[in-house]
Unconditional design. Structure first.
Length: 240
């Protein structure tokens, strides 16, 4: 009996940590916790109605996953997205998405015709809702579906470690550009059309173009932010 109680307590604690992790990550992705925001355990525990322990464990996991980082004399802060990292990430993602869509067209066209259109409709409904969380979920669902019907499980395993960072990038892009959500789903619809038609070459090309366009927009924005921060630091040094 004692062993069962300990197991239940452990599961409850684990769920609490998962819930706090998800809550903090969603706030980062949706822009409510901006880069370099200091994360104070007591404040987070009070906000989420939990003790400090699950908050501490969730923050350690977020740090291990690169979402938060240590800052001198400040404790943990939300890690900024760096332009060079995002560029490198999207270069790899573009190749992977192209391969995924080509294989999906070659191996899963019939399933794409059956199950793909509702995913695009869900994405367009998410656009109409204006919810960043729904947009991200719909986007992930679409790309995951293509991965499933590609018949290559290693693609999913390769992307999985970077999914958190991809969600952050998507959140930034979707929040900052009002025209981007509709454009993304028009591009998704075109990719799906190529997959349903069994046209692997076209599906590959459209997917790589889709990822490259999103990367260009966001990397340029990040570089501008980094340049502005560097200029501000330079001005402060001059004033001293």
């Amino acid at each position: 009996m004692a062993g069962e109680a300990d197991t239940r307590t452990s599961l409850t604690r684990h769920r609490l940590v998962e819930q706090v992790y998800a809550a903090i990550f969603n706030e980062v992705t949706e822009g409510r916790l901006a880069p370099n925001t200091r994360l104070i355990q007591d404040e987070l525990a009070e906000a989420y109605g939990v003790s400090r322990q699950p908050v501490q464990q969730a923050l350690l996991l977020l740090r291990n996953h690169g979402i938060v980082r240590d800052a001198p004399r400040r404790g943990l802060v939300v890690a900024p997205l760096e332009a060079s990292f995002v560029r490198n990430l999207y270069e790899v993602r573009g190749v992977l998405e192209g391969l995924t869509s080509r294989l999906a067209a070659e191996r899963g066209a019939a399933r794409a015709r059956r199950e793909g259109p509702p995913l695009v409709e869900a994405g367009r409904a998410a656009v109409a809702s204006g919810s960043v969380a729904r947009l991200i979920a719909a986007d992930i669902g679409f790309h995951r579906f293509l991965s499933e019907i590609s018949g290559n499980p290693i693609i999913v395993e390769t992307v999985a470690p970077h999914l958190n960072h991809l969600q952050r990038v998507m959140g930034e892009v979707l929040r900052e550009d009002e025209t981007m959500p509709s454009r993304i789903w028009e591009e998704h619809a075109a990719i799906l059309d190529a997959v349903m038609a069994g046209d692997g070459a076209r599906a590959d090309a459209l997917s790589q173009q889709h990822i490259a366009r999103a990367a260009t927009v966001f990397v340029a924005r990040l570089r501008a932010q980094e340049d502005a921060c560097a200029e501000e630091v330079r001005r402060r040094r001059v004033r001293r």
